[in-house]
Design a protein around this ligand. Structure first.
Ligand SMILES: [Zn+2]
Length: 308
């Protein structure tokens, strides 16, 4: 008899410990659809469209470069526990392809950028077989990603269809306004100065949307090396075109762009760092730049201020 009481006590103690271990985050996400995304820009869509019905976790935080990102064991656990996974696709998350293929076998897993009609996508200027994955900078195109998330949530949770439709409409209207705001800001820059020079080619879609020429030191992926010749070519362009500012990116080392500034100086052309742009990663959680509209606004204001 005593032995039994001992077992019971032991078992209940064990259960108590287990209950104590469930974290605050777990409690908050109880009963919600667990959505895991790669980049924060996609997490922002899921939060805005899913609202109270979803608990969203984005694997790639501020300053993280998705091209080089390798999933940790913790990430794989999160992906395994997710109800729905959204990632960009078009090889943005170049080192995670196998993981997504595996996840696709047992849960809804969507490459949201691949919902964009192919004829609207840009190719890499240096390599025609590669598609530019940085689609979130063209709001016209990013709308397809929003609709993909909306439709995926409706399919998973048809009971709240009306909510997802309404939330998506509100979010799309916000993006539309943001686009008009961006165009007005870029129009303040004299036409001959509308050249955006950054560390890697993340802004092609942005340039196409607002009529800016863009130049990156590295190619579409930060995976590619840049050499002295690339630096020299860019320096020549800066001097020839009398471009006054270049930009660093929050997810890429400043070293490459500093080499360009230094090279221009040696050539007698003074170029300043126009500021930091959010390209592949958003800003700190809780700050304005930690949201899609906030990071977008930060970029257009920084660009306009430096090139005006
Ligand atoms: Zn990139």
């Amino acid at each position: 008899m005593k032995k039994w009481i001992g077992y019971l006590l032991g078992a209940s103690l064990f259960l108590l410990i287990l209950a104590g271990c469930s974290s605050e985050a777990d409690k908050q996400s109880e009963g919600k659809i667990k959505v895991t995304t790669t980049i924060g820009q996609i997490g922002d869509i899921a939060k805005n469209v899913g609202k109270e019905h979803v608990a969203v976790d984005s694997l790639m935080g501020p300053g993280i470069d998705p091209h080089l990102y390798k999933a940790s064991q913790g990430d794989i656990n999160k992906l395994s526990q997710a109800d729905i996974i959204f990632y960009n696709g078009l090889h943005l998350e170049g080192k995670m392809g196998d993981i997504f293929a595996k996840m696709k076998e047992d849960k809804p897993t969507y490459p949201v950028a691949e919902a964009i009609p192919e004829n609207k996508l840009l190719v890499d200027q240096a390599n025609a077989s590669a598609i530019d994955p940085h689609v979130w900078f063209d709001i016209e195109l990013w709308q397809y990603a929003v609709m993909e998330v909306r439709d995926a949530l409706i399919e998973y949770d048809p009971d709240h269809k009306a909510d997802y439709e309404k939330n998506a409409e509100t979010y799309l209207n916000e993006l539309k306004k943001l686009e008009e705001e961006a165009q007005a800001k870029i129009n303040e820059i004299p036409e001959e100065s509308r050249v955006l020079v950054t560390a890697h080619d993340a802004f092609q879609y942005f340039g196409q949307a607002y009529g800016m020429e863009v130049k990156g030191l590295q190619g579409l992926s930060t995976d590619s090396e840049y050499g002295l010749r690339d630096v020299q070519n860019l320096v020549n362009t800066l001097a020839d075109r009398n471009i006054k500012a270049v930009f660093i990116e929050s997810s890429i080392s400043e070293r490459s762009i500093n080499a360009v500034v230094e090279g221009a100086r040696e050539k007698g052309h003074e170029v300043k760092i126009g500021g930091e742009l959010y390209s592949d990663a958003m800003g700190e959680k809780g700050s304005p730049e930690g949201t899609y509209t906030g990071m977008y606004r930060h970029n257009i204001e920084t660009i306009a201020k430096a090139l005006k």
